[in-house]
Design a protein around this ligand. Structure first.
Ligand code: SF4
Length: 301
């Protein structure tokens, strides 16, 4: 739980990226405007709405009276970046007034939310403080994106991310390990790497597919044949992904609670070290078939 959640009346469930653990969070929207991805249950209990602007501005004003020292703010929920630029600018202006030491505002975004804004609007948003967006790419393979109903293609994702970056907004992107199952994992890994190479994001992370509502539900929603992956296959997928990354200076994190192999570093600088670590863990699983990934088996080399 975030310290500020004791003081703000959040509409639960509330999600934020791990790196926003110490940010003040304002819910400017509720839910996700897409809410269809077959692997995602985050906002299934909510219908997407934009919160009343006057309520949000009043909340910011009151929070500023109690915590004027706040440096980072995360705008929730699912894709707060869907709001119009004019509304986001008014929110950013209120944040700046209430928190004089504010150094960064961030939010989740979908590529289409970025593409719906002009380059000039994106520059204005960055200048007003919105410096970082978190984008779930999930996969760089068009077939996989269709099978999970992401509503984006590899090209629309690249176009959106490059447009944000050209406006000076940093992108933190995420790929899901295991998303496509054992039938399609090679294409998923390779095309995800190729997409990320085209974007050269500032931050990249991976997490492992988790199915809180069970495998049968996901298999029903997945528009293809989904076979869950073994630990060895998940590691093989990571190997193909990392091997094919050609990045100049991207901070990489695979340290989400779902990851059973922790990798942290900068790519491509640490690529060989990551591959060596993956190889070691693969041998471990190969030599110990009864070994299963689970929280007690977190591997950090
Ligand atoms: S766009 Fe993001 S938040 Fe919305 S359903 Fe898909 S994964 Fe979930």
């Amino acid at each position: 739980m975030n310290l500020f959640s004791y003081f703000l009346d959040y509409d639960e469930p509330l999600f934020r990226p791990p790196s926003e653990a110490f940010s003040m969070i304002f819910q400017v929207t509720l839910g996700c405007s897409w809410n269809k991805c077959s692997f995602c249950e985050m906002y299934k209990s909510k219908s997407f709405t934009s919160r009343k602007e006057e309520d949000v501005l009043e909340e910011i004003r009151r929070a500023g009276e109690t915590f004027p020292e706040v440096k980072k703010v995360f705008l929730a929920d699912g894709n707060a970046f869907v709001l119009s630029s004019s509304r986001l600018l008014r929110i950013l202006d209120a944040l700046k007034k209430s928190f004089p030491s504010l150094s960064r505002v961030s939010s989740y975004a979908l590529p289409r939310d970025i593409l719906s804004k002009s380059s000039e609007e994106l520059v204005s948003l960055r200048e007003a403080g919105l410096q970082l967006i978190y984008v779930g790419i999930e996969s760089g393979d068009d077939n996989v994106l269709k099978m999970v109903d992401k509503g984006e293609s590899a090209d629309s994702t690249v176009e959106g991310l490059l447009k944000a970056q050209e406006a000076g907004i940093q992108c933190s992107v995420m790929i899901i390990n295991g998303l496509a199952g054992s039938q399609y994992y090679r294409e998923h890994a390779l095309n995800s790497a190729l997409l990320v190479n085209r974007v050269q994001p500032r931050y990249l992370s991976t997490l492992v597919l988790t199915l809180p509502y069970g495998l049968p539900k996901y298999q029903k929603q997945f528009k293809g044949i989904f076979h869950p992956m073994t630990e060895l296959e998940l590691l093989e997928e990571m190997k193909i992904f990392i091997e094919n990354l050609e990045l100049e200076r991207t901070v990489f994190r695979s340290d989400h609670a779902s990851n059973f192999l922790i990798l942290k570093g900068t790519l491509n600088r640490d690529k060989e070290e990551f591959l060596t670590n993956i190889k070691k863990i693969r041998s471990l699983f190969h030599d110990n078939p009864s070994l299963k990934r689970s929280k007690p088996h977190l591997f950090s080399l």
